[in-house]
Write a protein of this length. Structure first.
Lengths: 521, 387
């Protein structure tokens, strides 16, 4: 039995958990669902002892264990399988599983015994992996099984899995479900984090829905439907028995909409396409066709929103259009000019602006001043006689800081010192403001991790750019945002665009099945 | 909301002071720790620390000859330190300054031997700089290209290239260029540079020479390049956050190899200090570890040109001081002291900075809001110093 009550956890100004709770009975498979940033992973890290909650209570098997550490959690049979594998590729499966709990005989490793033990565990659980192979030789699915074996080897009876299917192919997912059910039937408790609703329906017995750090509901899987869960996740029009919520205004009217299949796009209501993508294929280090034959066009004065669960190729699609990732085939056209092979700088000079999804990684050089960050990517336009034109960089910065209300207002401050919302304003100001002449804007997760005031500001900027005739390709994991801003919405699943619907008539309920692959074209 | 911004502004007023404090306090504390360890070392030899340190200062800064020697050593260390620092700014660890320095010196000697005697220094100096810098750029550029094209780690390739280049130079000297019964080339007769003693006689006998001026010019030029040019802007962005640099349209691989070639060129020009300023010939092994010590100089100087000069003076003083205190304690003690300085810089500087920031946060809690940015992810502990 697991019971988390009134958990609070903040990181700086960000409140990751605000009074979150969790209730899991022994011997069930429990799914925690919610959008990105809903606080799922934080809550699980608190349960597994990685984080201490600021306040709240953790009980495991009727024992108050609030504030325990990872070692205590492991000793009490609570083990977490992380989203990113923590394995040593050059060691064998047996060595990885026993690492940190090695079997020794008179000071020497007893590998034979270790192999026997691990093989026995494999046979008992059905987590089939070749125990003598090196981890480097395994498939992703097998590597994940090794992670689970590692946790079980340490005696875990409560297994926490953080987005276990993010890297698995459908058959591997089915195999994982089989194993998890078997573990449950033997009395283990499984808690898994996911944001894919079809998985929730397939595997879980009970569900906890989280939104913005809070627990908004606990459901029995057999009594609910994906659309009900989606509503709770998104937070609109939710009528939840016993929650005390009053039904809000009815959602968008769902009428007269037409959904078409990828390839046969509904004609844009606007002018000539500013950005066109034709049968684009992109590879990542993990998968050959992470973007798998995507075609669409965005016209000036239009926002095309891309909805979809993260990890379905959106990141790679945007990076390919921006010039940060090579396309394996297909074409990208900017104002009818082929830019498939153009450099990042050429694309920028041709009128492509890009708000990258991760401002800490790409969008800003955190150690650089606000002024320097405001010219990032356009530094070649701010030179005078071979040197940087500090005067113009300064006046440019003062102008944008004023127009975009970046605070504090000192252009010499390192970007690191600003809050997330103000950091994002720097990126927005640079990509959309001042002398920047852009035709097409790629806006990837433009409001991720920023406060409500900044979200409104950013949304109004996007709407204004649309009114000025700019073409905007919006990618967001926040479905509400996509619904609120887009003229048309394309849904990506498995690297393909599975549907393009009219923005006016789209609802979370209608997009949900496409996003989760339940209604793939 | 309003209060929050006011708090932010209050914190800003002393920003310059805070920045200076952050830049200076940690290295000073680290140096004090090193001195303390030095005290213990000296005491273990049964000597008085005060006496040894006095002797060390008298033998270096106390007389013109000592000072001249310190300046000579400072010159070479400024070049090699700057070389390592420039690469660090691009996120690369140049362990090859030793062989880049030697290659530069050798190339200068070859040019000098080919020139007719008696040409004026100012006329042929550019030729020497070009030769020494070019040779260094080749030795430094190879690991850069290997990194950019094949992903070969520059630490491995620069170390290995040290062995190859130094062995090759040794081979060329011993089989071809040495004067009989020596390990050096014949003397250069053209364009050699004056020693400081030529201008001010008390420097007599010391090796300090006009290359010192060249070093200062290159230090200033490097500062300008790093902080005032677009290429420097892009280079530092690559060193701090490669993905952001890529996003900004910078060719990361190109910056890598250009930075390594430039770093090699700077170290190579350092070879002139010995060949053109001091002995007027290339001698096997003249680099004598100055390239490796350049790593320490870059670290202690926090990869900033001004810091490099200060650190070069510090290490040159210690190295010359080792000879001065030889009567009291073994001169190897100074090697140990240099090592202690490096270790205390590498460990104490981040620690002191952490404490400093924690104290400030404590003092400012409730008034200023913390940043949501994740902690600085640093590939090397000292590659991200603020200018």
């Amino acid at each position: 039995m697991i019971r988390l009550t009134a958990i609070e956890k903040s990181f700086g100004p960000v409140r990751a958990n605000r009074g979150a709770s969790l209730d899991v009975a022994t011997g069930e498979i429990h799914a925690i669902v919610g959008e990105n940033g809903a606080g799922k992973s934080t809550l699980m890290r608190i349960l597994s002892g990685m984080f201490r909650p600021d306040s709240g209570r953790i009980e495991v098997n009727d024992r108050d264990v609030t504030g325990w550490r990872t070692a205590d959690a492991i000793a009490s049979g609570v083990g977490m399988v992380h989203q990113h594998f923590m394995l040593v590729p050059t060691l064998t499966v047996t060595e990885n599983v026993t690492l940190g709990a090695e079997i020794t005989r008179r000071g020497q490793l007893d590998l034979a015994k270790a192999r026997q033990d691990v093989q026995a565990l494999v046979d008992r659980t059905g987590l089939v992996v070749p125990v003598e192979h090196r981890v480097a030789e395994l498939t992703v699915g097998e590597a994940q099984r090794v992670e689970i074996l590692k946790t079980l080897y340490r005696g875990a009876r409560i297994l926490i899995l953080d987005e276990p299917t993010a890297v698995l192919s459908p058959p591997e997912v089915n195999e994982l479900w089989r194993v998890l059910r078997r573990l449950r039937d033997e009395g283990a408790t499984v808690v898994l984090i996911t944001h894919k609703l079809d998985e929730v329906m397939a595997i879980s017995d009970t569900i906890t829905v989280m939104r913005q750090g809070e627990t908004v509901g606990r459901l029995k899987t057999s009594d609910t439907s994906p659309s009900e869960i989606a509503k709770m996740m998104v937070g609109r029009d939710v009528v939840l028995a016993g929650s005390g919520r009053v039904p809000g205004e009815a959602g968008r009217v769902e009428a007269g909409s037409e959904t078409s299949r990828a390839g046969a796009l509904p004609a844009s209501r606007f002018s000539l396409p500013a950005l066109e993508v034709r049968d684009l294929r992109v590879a990542s280090s993990r998968r050959a066709n992470v973007v798998d034959g995507v075609s669409f066009a965005v016209a000036g004065g239009e926002i095309l929103g891309i909805a979809g669960v993260e990890g379905n190729g959106q990141t790679e699609l945007i990076e390919a259009i921006a010039g940060l990732r090579a396309a394996t085939s297909g074409n990208i056209l900017l104002a009818e000019r082929d830019i498939t092979r153009a450099s990042v700088r050429e694309r920028g000079d041709l009128g492509l602006s890009h708000i990258p999804e991760d401002r800490h990684e790409r969008g800003l050089v955190l150690e650089y001043s606000v002024a320097d960050n405001l010219i990032l990517g356009q530094q070649h336009h701010f030179t005078k006689r071979g040197a940087l034109d500090t005067e113009r960089i300064g006046s440019h910065a003062r102008e944008l800081i004023g127009t975009y209300d970046v605070r504090p207002t000192d252009p010499a401050l390192p970007a690191r010192a600003l809050s997330g919302g103000n950091q994002q304003k720097i990126v927005i100001a640079r990509e959309m403001g001042g002398a920047r002449e852009f035709r097409v804007l790629l806006a990837a997760q433009p409001t991720r991790g920023v406060d409500v005031g900044a979200i409104e500001f950013i949304h109004s900027q996007l709407r204004q750019a649309r009114a000025e005739g700019k073409a905007i390709l919006l990618v967001s994991a926040d479905l509400t945002e996509v619904l609120a801003l887009s003229d048309r919405i394309a849904v990506m699943y498995g690297g393909k665009i599975v549907a393009i619907v009219d923005g006016m008539s789209a609802t979370a309920e209608r997009l949900g099945p496409y996003m989760t692959g339940a209604a793939a074209a | 909301m309003k209060l929050r911004w006011l708090g932010g502004l209050r914190g800003l007023r002393g920003l310059a002071r805070l920045k200076l404090e952050e830049a200076l306090l940690p290295p000073v504390v680290a140096l004090l720790i090193a001195l303390l360890v030095g005290d213990l070392l000296i005491l273990s030899f049964g000597q008085s620390p005060a006496a040894v340190y006095r002797q060390l200062l008298e033998g270096t800064w106390g007389n013109a000859y000592g000072l001249g020697q310190v300046l000579y050593k400072t010159t070479t260390l400024a070049f090699t330190g700057l070389s390592v620092a420039l690469a660090l700014r691009a996120g690369l660890f140049n362990i090859g300054a030793e062989s880049q320095l030697a290659a530069g010196g050798f190339a200068a000697a070859l040019v000098g031997l080919a020139l007719p005697a008696g040409l004026p220094s100012l006329l042929v100096l550019p030729l020497y700089v070009l030769a020494a810098g070019g040779a260094g750029a080749i030795v430094g550029g190879i690991p850069g290209v290997l990194k950019a094209k094949f992903g070969a780690h520059e630490v491995i390739t620069t170390i290995m290239l040290n062995f190859i280049v130094l062995a090759l130079l040794n081979y060329l000297i011993t089989t071809r260029y040495k004067v009989h019964d020596t390990l050096h080339t014949a003397e250069i007769k053209s364009g050699v540079l004056p020693r400081l003693a030529d201008f001010y006689s008390p420097f007599h006998g010391s090796a300090a020479n006009a290359v010192l001026v060249l070093a200062l010019v290159i230090v200033a030029a490097t500062w300008w390049f790093l902080f005032r040019t677009r290429a420097g802007f892009e280079l530092r962005a690559v060193g701090l956050q490669p993905p952001a640099a890529e996003y900004a349209g910078v060719n990361v691989g190109g910056v890598w190899w250009h930075a390594m070639a430039l770093a090699g060129a700077i170290a190579g020009i350092g070879g002139l200090n010995y060949v053109l300023g001091y002995k007027h010939y290339y001698e096997e092994g003249f680099s004598a570890g100055a390239g490796f010590l350049g790593i320490a100089v870059a670290l202690v100087g926090r990869s900033h040109p001004v810091g490099i000069v200060i650190a070069a003076v510090l290490f040159a003083t210690l190295s010359q001081g080792g000879l001065a205190v030889n009567a009291l304690v073994p001169k190897q003690m100074v090697d140990v002291l240099q090592a202690v300085v490096i270790i205390s810089m590498a460990t104490a500087v981040p620690e002191v900075r952490r404490v400093l920031l924690a104290v400030r946060r404590e003092a400012g809690s409730g008034k200023r809001e913390a940043s949501t940015a994740p902690p600085n992810r640093t590939p090397l502990p000292f590659s991200r110093s603020t200018p």
